[in-house]
Design a protein around this ligand. Sequence first.
Ligand SMILES: [Fe+2]
Ligand SMILES: [Fe+2]
Ligand SMILES: [Fe+2]
Length: 394
Amino acid sequence: MNINKALYVLSMFSDISSGSDTYHQRRVTYIAYRLAEELGFNKQGLSFILQSGFIHDVGVLSDASRIETFRQIINENFEQLTKHAVVSSKIARYFNLHLDVSNAIGLHHTPNEINPAVLGNILFLADNIEVSYRSLSNPFAFLELYDFVAQKSKLFDKDALAAFKRLSACEEFWYSLKSDNLDRELLKIVEEHIYETEQNDFIKRFAYFTAYAVDNLSMFFDGYSVLTKNIAAALGYKLSLNISSLILASLFAHIGNVFIPEDLINSPTKLEDDEFNIIKSHTYYTKMFLDMLEVKRSIKNAAIYHHKHGQKSSYPFCSTELSKCDKIIAVSSTFAALLQDRPYRAAYSNDEARDILKTMEFDKDILNITLDLDLDKIKKQKDEYYEGIRRLFV
Ligand SMILES: [Fe+2]
Ligand SMILES: [Fe+2]
Ligand SMILES: [Fe+2]
């Protein structure tokens, strides 16, 4: 797996999770990458700047105070900004990224004179440029933006600032920063910079992390992905199937929820048809993310077909032959949802949930095994990866 591309996907995921796409991390990454190129960084250095840029603010994923963060940058409250920088840096370490990357992230709000990290200084300047860029009423006021940033020149590394001066004189740089162009530019860059990981658990860590973030989108989803995964794994053992595929498919199944507005996810009342269509699109967006991540087809299918069972609930993909793995994720995610509170109903008891499952059109053999599972035991199963991620945000 190309780590640079995976982190680009995580960047998009986390930029979107604020409700509307800010493009902040992706734009900072693009600016930092162009500065690093201008400064003559080698291939490895460029990969490190991509990795640190993409997730430098991932620590605010479970923090509702993004606007506050924006204000703190404008007002140069660097001390208050360090909390999310430290959390993001811990997340980089959780992904086993290079120490230079986690250091740069931890120091991305630290001014030059007390910032010992070369990459951290570039990130700090790029972050300030991006925040200033978004405050511009005219995104084509290129030279004014350089002047604005240069007024605070004592905060920045002078070579990096000189590189920005050269870049800002080039209109192509500014066109690339526009939201319409940015993703295309970044995709091209990450495809040119393949940074393969030796560790085969990167994707597992990635899946756990996004599952945790998605479960945090609503208080009703608390631990939903892990409950789904525990049910799926229990079924997988009984049917002698590949457990790691089931784990990844369960954890990835709802990654697309990040595109669904919070008020729909948490709506206590019955949704109108057009609102329900938006909810249904979560599996479409799950497919979009998993396509970008180049996840194995069998895992991707199981994740995106989790609402397909029988004729009644086949949204949103057209009918297809389901594999055993697909059927397991469908029954597991439905069962897990029934066992949890939702904004419009309380959680069902184990027996009530079983009775509801029986009325649905699941594969008969899989359903029978599901009905026999020891649910109390499954509900109690904690997951170290998941709990570890929870601790990163504390
Ligand atoms: Fe930040
Ligand atoms: Fe930032
Ligand atoms: Fe779903």
